[in-house]
Design a protein around this ligand. Structure first.
Ligand code: AMP
Length: 112
């Protein structure tokens, strides 16, 4: 899985494929999930590539924690106080896109 370096999320990060982007900074891109499971369903994707939580070792070990903190800050900015955060890890864990991402799901709406 660590060698899959041409996923749909690589293309979204490179702006080769459009996405409904709600936040971007030096470390992360946040966009709406194309098949939302909740009223607000976002994906937090790090700009540094790693395939999954299982591969987040060495110079990538901070990435899962960083994504959680970005979600925490984003929720606060949006006034969202109830949400679920989910990492699917590996094919057997239901991960379809082999590029690390954090699902942010809430029944509360974004401000805009
Ligand atoms: P996972 O099963 O954890 O790998 O989740 C992958 C997620 O990416 C799914 O919820 C998909 O609906 C979502 N997804 C796949 N392609 C796109 C896309 N082009 N734009 C936005 N979300 C996508």
């Amino acid at each position: 899985m660590g060698t899959m370096e041409n996923t749909i999320f690589h293309k979204i990060l490179a702006k080769e494929v459009p996405a409904d982007i709600v936040h971007e900074d030096d470390e992360v891109l946040v966009f709406k999930d194309i098949h939302p499971k909740t009223k607000t369903h976002l994906l937090f994707v790090p700009k540094q590539f790693v395939a999954s939580v299982a591969d987040a070792t060495g110079d990538a070990e901070h990435l899962p924690g960083m994504l959680i903190l970005k979600a925490q800050q984003f929720a606060k900015e949006q006034g969202i106080d109830g949400y679920k955060l989910l990492f699917n890890v590996g094919k057997n864990g239901g991960q379809e896109v082999p590029y690390l991402h954090l699902h942010f799901m809430s029944e509360q709406k974004l401000k805009n």
